[in-house]
Design a protein around this ligand. Structure first.
Ligand SMILES: [Zn+2]
Length: 238
């Protein structure tokens, strides 16, 4: 294993970290940044490295199929599976880890709006960190703007939500991440979220049929003002 002859040749002057994932990981460690499944690491991926990551994941995915004793050479259905799964992970279902936050134009609250605003239901597509199996659900976002708040267009809420959810997630952490982000960007009086989702990992594995989970999170005025909280939850239920 440690025979130097079997190690990949490294040209003189090449960086000490050979694979793309090693380079990205090293930058994250140097910056002291966390890289859990539901963290965004886009700013640590440089140049063509996403492509290199895709090639790396394809190779590992192929090894996984081989370990599962699937004959990907004869089985035309699985011949391109490794590459397809790699692309799906990096560019689709987990893109919220590898892509930067979508551009969101905020504009000042010129009309001094201070009424409860509710956006939803927004379709949520995610996957559980434990099994990488889909979580599909619906999300409602309540915002109580202040006169100093930033406002964003309605469609932007689903883009921000999609960015946070397109990662391996834990439902409780996902709503927290989203609430933090909305608070930081909008600076509202309060933010409220309700996420209802089906977890396919228990259903698919046949562990139990109970797969529905609802999470809510209340911040700012939604915590201190029961009237406002009631109004939000009432409107979400209807
Ligand atoms: Zn799971």
């Amino acid at each position: 294993m440690n025979d130097p002859k079997t190690r990949p040749m490294r040209p003189a002057g090449a960086p000490a970290f050979v694979t793309a994932s090693e380079r990205v990981r090293e930058r994250l460690r140097a910056a002291g940044r966390r890289f859990h499944a539901n963290d965004n690491i886009a700013e640590f991926i440089q140049g063509d490295e996403l492509k290199a990551l895709e090639a790396e994941v394809t190779e590992k995915m192929q090894a996984l199929l081989e370990a599962l004793v699937i004959d990907t050479e004869s089985d035309h259905n699985t011949r391109g599976t490794a590459g397809r799964v790699a692309r799906m992970f990096l560019r689709e279902v987990f893109k919220g880890r590898y892509q930067r936050i979508p551009a969101i134009t905020v504009f000042p609250n010129a009309e001094k709006l201070n009424e409860l605003m509710i956006v939803g239901p927004i379709t949520v597509r995610s996957a559980c960190s434990h099994h990488l199996v889909p979580i599909l659900g619906k999300l409602w976002i309540g915002v109580l703007p202040s006169e100093q708040s930033n406002l964003v267009g309605l469609s932007k809420y689903s883009r921000i939500a999609d960015w946070v959810m397109s990662r391996p997630q834990i439902q409780e952490e996902a709503v927290m991440q989203l609430a933090d982000l909305l608070e930081a960007r909008l600076k509202p009086e309060g933010v409220a979220l309700v996420l209802e989702a089906d977890h396919y990992c228990t259903q698919w594995r046949g562990v139990k049929d109970e797969t529905h989970m609802t999470n809510s999170i209340m911040r700012g005025a939604f915590l201190t003002n029961p009237e406002l909280r009631r109004e939000f939850l009432q409107l979400v239920r209807d």
